[in-house]
Design a binder for this molecule. Structure first.
Ligand code: DGL
Length: 261
């Protein structure tokens, strides 16, 4: 089974998941798809997400992937059931593993979740957390401004710092001891969050899925990595060279077949 693992997101956020997986399983091969042209997905309807993710899942499965990681909390919240019914390939989502992780980590049973509008309005986190532990206090906050700061590589800009601080103040007023970063773009803000609230326990879904995926990992002697983006490959390449150590020669242009919803 020397086939690659497919990973997708609206854009750059799923790179946090790819990074964690590649670090934990360096002998695996990966194909990453970032739909940078149609990001953000956090404000899309379920119908729009079905169309966009159907196309991406078809593309990745045509590359003979052995498993699929939905590295997007919005898609996990709104269309995960649809995706897993569509393909016979083992498909992994982020929500249940992150909730289990948060429950294992909290000492006070007060958990906050930051996410996109789609994720938060679906209540997927609250439903999953309460199904696993009936007596939690949960705060869910939608943070629609944060993804564009990552997509435009303004992670440490003054505007970004003030927005992140604004949401963290709400988390602190609520008294959460554990914060789920319920959007794969948010781990890019981890250094900032830690500098503002060093005592807050952070749950990065990218780390939460590692143990869930381990039974499916089979080493390959020649691991490869490949990136496909629907937006500008040059700005994607510039982003990965600044934040990661991946070869930019492996970035390819993907042409979406659907008109942009
Ligand atoms: N990174 C995705 C998520 O985890 C999508 C964010 C967006 O494009 O709005 O929800």
């Amino acid at each position: 089974m020397k086939r690659p693992i497919g990973i997708f997101d609206s854009g750059l956020g799923g790179l946090t998941v790819l990074y964690a997986l590649q670090k934990a399983y360096p002998e695996e091969s990966f194909i990453y798809m970032g739909d940078t042209k149609r990001a953000p997905w956090g404000s899309k309807s379920r119908e729009e997400l079905v169309l966009v993710t159907d196309e991406i899942v078809d593309f990745l499965t045509s590359k003979h992937i052995k498993s699929l990681v939905v590295a997007c909390n919005t898609s996990c919240s709104l269309v995960f059931d649809h995706i897993s019914k569509k393909t016979a390939i083992p498909t992994f989502g982020l929500i249940e593993p992150s909730c289990k992780d948060a429950i294992n980590k909290t000492l006070t049973n007060r958990i906050a979740v930051l996410g996109t509008t789609g994720t938060i309005s679906s209540k997927a986190y609250t439903k999953t957390l309460t199904s696993l532990h009936p007596s939690l206090d949960i705060l869910e906050l939608e943070c629609p401004e944060l993804v564009p700061f990552v997509e435009s590589n303004q992670i440490t800009s003054q505007k970004s710092i003030s927005k992140v601080t604004h949401y963290l103040d709400k988390v602190q007023n609520f008294g959460a001891d554990t914060l789920i970063l319920g959007c794969t773009h948010y781990p890019f803000f981890q250094p900032l969050i830690r500098s503002i609230h060093p005592n807050l326990t952070l749950v990065n879904p990218a780390n939460s899925i590692l143990s869930v995926m381990s039974p499916f990992m089979i080493s390959s002697s020649h691991p490869t990595i490949e990136f496909w983006v629907s937006g500008n490959p040059d700005s994607f390449s510039a982003f990965i060279s600044e934040h990661f150590n991946w070869p930019t020669s492996k970035v390819k242009q993907y042409q979406p077949t659907l008109a942009t919803p």
